[in-house]
Design a protein around this ligand. Sequence first.
Ligand code: PLP
Length: 357
Amino acid sequence: TYNFSAGPAVMPASVIAQIQAELPSMQGSGMSIMEISHRSALFDQIINNAEQDLRDLMAIPDNYRVLFFQGGGTLQFTAAPLNLATKHHNIGLLDSGHWASRAAEEARRVDTQVDILASAAATHFTTLPTLTTPVDQTLDYVHLTTNNTIEGTMYTKLPQTGTVPLVADMSSNFLGQTYDVSDFGMIFAGAQKNLGPAGLTIVIVRDDLIGHAQQLPSMLDYQLFADKRSMFNTPPVFAIYAAGLVLKWLKQQGGLTAIQAQNEQKAALLYDFLDQSTLFTNQVKPADRSTMNVPFVTGNPTLDAQVIAGATEQGLLNLKGHRLVGGMRASLYNAMPIAGVQALVDYLATFEKAHTK
Ligand code: PLP
């Protein structure tokens, strides 16, 4: 089977096998990873290695802190304004679709003014919003969704915001696309697409941006998490362990440049098919297309349902599009092999032949 789910998503098979082998006893300790103390030397090594491997893979500069949070990407929609929008309580946001709107809603709930700097609503989010005027330099930061999981758009070139820090929700292309960390004030990502099990969220934040908030709940306080090395309370031990294995796997694949090249190749295989198809279409402007999530439709919901049902029978799983847009969506995260994409294209081509004259 091939799992095209948008998340929680496919994990590398070798990592699942390693987890399975190590689950009863972690490094000869007689205890499962789920049973060991987060204060043990064993776990210390696991979390330190995970942080170091992430730093190596993304070339994270020393003046950025790596924090291990819980609460998903969604909690960061609240935590980011509470920690970083402390001067003017006013942020800018690029309206690129559903998850950007969700971020705006949550920021407003904590009394942050959200200025929509550009919106792609007019194209039904089949393009990325781009800035047309210089950014107001008094904004606390600009929120950007680097990859729009539902709409299938992705930034490869970043908007210029002057001295205003960019805060990126990288949930759905974290570690699948290379970015220069120093272009951001903060990056956050839920783990459950390219990194590991749900329950872990990574925050990478520039040192000088934290520690300015007053009276924050402890569990939302970046400075506290930085000071306590993400162990203010019990961290998600299993999820951090599994993420650590995926980071090692990523290094074995040749790092992020190599994985990005593979992702581009996989995505091109599917987009090239869709672009020549007389039945299926992807409506996203080619320059703005995501390598991670590829939505497509036949234009006929009954036929879409048949496509999905037939695919499921052949072991091509979770191709149903998001309920907001319908149709199909193939998510091609790091752990999806090119053979999976080829199997999907072959299936779609066969379906097309059977359903067109
Ligand atoms: N941001 C993006 C881009 C997402 O794709 C998602 C979930 O799919 C979220 C945020 C929300 O993440 P979570 O479910 O981890 O809170």
